[in-house]
Design a protein around this ligand. Structure first.
Ligand code: MLT
Length: 303
């Protein structure tokens, strides 16, 4: 039985994970991986734009959104294990990934180590390097500061780096939503994730081995993972392209969703070749929705 909808709960790797799953059942699957310390709702506009032709899944990485935190120490490897376990639990053999920043670290690690499970990847506002010593120290200071002064101060300190200056005027609601996502992340999860990020290994040396199609997207004013970092990665992967998103900083998918979505659509149309497949998927979608409604009617009429 396959459930579609928002905020579905599933046991993955001994942990309750919350995910959203929409679109035609038989269509190509795209899994979205959010940044730190956000949650799956950061992808709402992308899911809406793609769910007619693709099965789109976004989930809360452990310790974020509505997923449980668990007792294990966090690491990118553990996040990758969660991703693969989620795919197994949902009986998805192969999917494409779209990850932003921390989501990109996870996506890159996943495709480098388990290439047979993935069709294509979108790496947005991310990097392949490990944290330099200065950044490691800054993460440690942030952990101490959150302990001493709480999450609210962290929200105000971190938000300035996430957006292009113009977004603070043009996208006030997005800013409010992102603040809420951060404030709703527990102190424990923030610290555990900061530690995982500071301990992550570089993935750059394996870039030339990637053969699946890769699309790099990055906000033109991203201060955290600068466009030059994406350009350096793109140069090392033969089957890759890069597009700079205008009027956007680090959260480019939220600051300029139209441009971001156009690029996603064009990329996945090329990956999954063409309208016939997509039209078939759309027809199957209509049939499966009718079947789903009929099942519900039958269930309710038998109560
Ligand atoms: C993110 O958006 O996921 C973070 O900026 C990643 C990081 O701090 O390295």
């Amino acid at each position: 039985m396959h459930y579609f909808g928002n905020n579905i709960r599933i046991l993955v790797n001994n942990l309750v994970v919350s995910y959203t799953d929409n679109g035609p059942e038989e269509a190509p699957v795209i899994i979205f991986l959010h940044g730190f310390p956000l949650n799956k709702t950061m992808w709402d506009k992308q899911l809406d734009a793609l769910n007619e032709n693709y099965r789109v899944i976004a989930y809360d990485i452990r310790g974020h959104g509505d997923s449980e935190t668990g007792t294990d120490d966090f690491s990118i490897e553990l996040f990758v294990a969660d991703l693969l376990n989620l795919m197994n639990a949902l009986r998805i053999d192969k999917a494409s990934l779209c990850g932003l920043s921390m989501g990109g670290y996870i996506a890159l690690n996943a495709i480098e180590n388990h290439p047979e499970r993935f069709d294509a990847v979108v790496l947005s506002d991310t990097n392949c390097i490990a944290d330099p010593p200065k950044v490691k120290q800054k993460r440690q200071d942030t952990i101490e500061s959150i302990k001493a002064f709480g999450v609210e101060k962290y929200v105000n300190d971190s938000i300035v780096n996430l957006f292009a200056p113009e977004s603070f005027i043009a996208h006030k609601e997005v800013i409010r939503n992102v603040k809420e996502m951060i404030i709703n992340t527990t102190e424990q999860s923030l610290s555990k994730t900061l530690l995982a990020l500071s301990r992550r290994k570089a993935t750059c040396s394996k870039l030339p081995e990637i053969t699946i199609p890769v699309l790099f997207l990055v906000g033109e004013e991203d201060k955290i993972t600068v466009p030059e970092a994406s350009e350096l990665m793109r140069e090392k992967i033969t089957n890759s392209t890069l597009h700079i998103i205008s009027h956007a900083g680090h959260l480019s998918n939220m600051e300029n969703p139209d441009e971001f979505n156009d690029r996603l659509k064009t990329f996945f149309e090329t990956v999954y070749k063409k309208p016939e497949l997509l039209q078939t998927a759309a027809c199957i979608s209509v049939f499966s929705q009718i079947r789903h409604r009929l099942n519900m009617l039958l269930t309710f009429s038998s109560i």
